[in-house]
Design a protein around this ligand. Structure first.
Ligand code: MTE
Length: 302
């Protein structure tokens, strides 16, 4: 590993190392209480005209919007979850374009208005971070398969890479080249085309706030949260497996597949349980595939 920003890395490492499930609860709930005292976040406009898709029941209470807005992982802005909201507050990608290229019949550049004119759905998904905390969020957006169809992937396309924005003027942490910016993640084409894989433009009925990945983020609910990049500007279809941000930094800790699995511990902590953020420490057993096995287990059968 060739990290020059040692202190940052150590902060994250210390946090992760200390993340026994009990302490995760304390961190999450204390964070929530602190944030309730902070100044109000200006609400984003409401999204009009989305249908509710109840195909994927979560059997859990929704996490409060306030909690989801103030407890974030977004390394471009801060390593401390509680300050992401502050450091990202003026972040805008305007004008915004989503490029889909690579092994496609028809490369496309979609504006926000193109995405917003597609049929929008609300889906409530369980969300599980690799750090052993979880939340339940009503996303508003579009199945990824419908967006990729606009570019018509060729039969040679076996993977999709997602690339987040790169703009040092808005995210000065991206000037630190010991991190492999921009943030990238990838899926197999089968995972990308699975009906669960979602492109969120909003949550809680409103457009995404910067700290949650505005204007467009990927949500893959049976995988750990790092597989869902925020503020995505490009999707590239390839024949070979792409490299990704956390895998490049720590290959033994953040694998490519990264399916939620209680029986596969992270090298530094157990994944058997999780703490619901904003719940005053409710601890639950982790579900294999985060409870979405009926929809995705077939992808991994040999
Ligand atoms: N996307 C980018 N571009 N940068 C990041 O640091 N963090 C990931 C993921 N997507 C991250 C990212 C991780 S580790 C998690 S858990 C989720 O975003 C957190 O999403 P949230 O802050 O909306 O809860």
């Amino acid at each position: 590993m060739s990290l020059t920003d040692e202190s940052d890395y150590k902060t994250r490492r210390r946090f992760l190392t200390s993340l026994g499930v009990g302490t995760a609860a304390a961190v999450a709930t204390v964070a929530t209480v602190r944030h309730l005292r902070r100044p109000r976040i200006t609400p984003q406009p409401r999204i009009a005209g989305f249908a509710s898709n109840d195909t994927f029941p979560v059997k859990r209470p929704l996490t409060s919007e306030e909690t989801v807005l103030r407890f974030n992982n977004f390394y471009e802005f801060a390593a401390d979850k509680r300050s992401v909201v502050h450091h990202s507050r003026s972040f805008r990608l305007d004008p915004y374009t989503l490029v889909i290229d690579g092994l496609v019949e028809r490369p496309v550049a979609l504006g926000l208005e193109d995405l917003e004119s597609m049929p929008l759905e609300e889906r409530v998904y369980r969300f599980r971070c690799v750090e052993a905390w979880s939340m339940t969020v009503p996303w508003v957006g579009i199945p990824l398969a419908s967006i990729l169809a606009r570019a018509q992937p060729t039969p040679r396309a076996r993977y999709v890479t997602f690339e987040s924005f790169f703009d040092v003027s808005q995210a000065p942490r991206q000037a630190n080249d010991s991190y492999p910016w921009p943030y990238r993640e990838g899926l197999t084409i089968g995972e990308a085309m699975n009906p669960l894989t979602f492109v969120a433009l909003g949550m809680y009925g409103r457009f995404l706030q910067p700290q949650n990945g505005a204007p467009v983020r990927i949500v893959v609910p049976w995988k750990y949260g790092f597989k869902g990049p925020k503020s995505v500007v490009k999707m590239t279809l390839t024949a070979t497996r792409p490299e990704s941000f956390w895998h490049t930094l720590q290959p033994t800790e953040y694998g490519f597949t990264a399916n939620v699995d209680p029986t596969v511990p992270h090298p530094r902590w157990s994944q058997a349980h999780e703490i619901e953020i904003g719940s005053w420490g409710r601890r639950r057993p982790t579900l294999k595939f985060n409870g979405y096995g009926d929809w995705v287990a077939h992808l991994y059968q040999r």
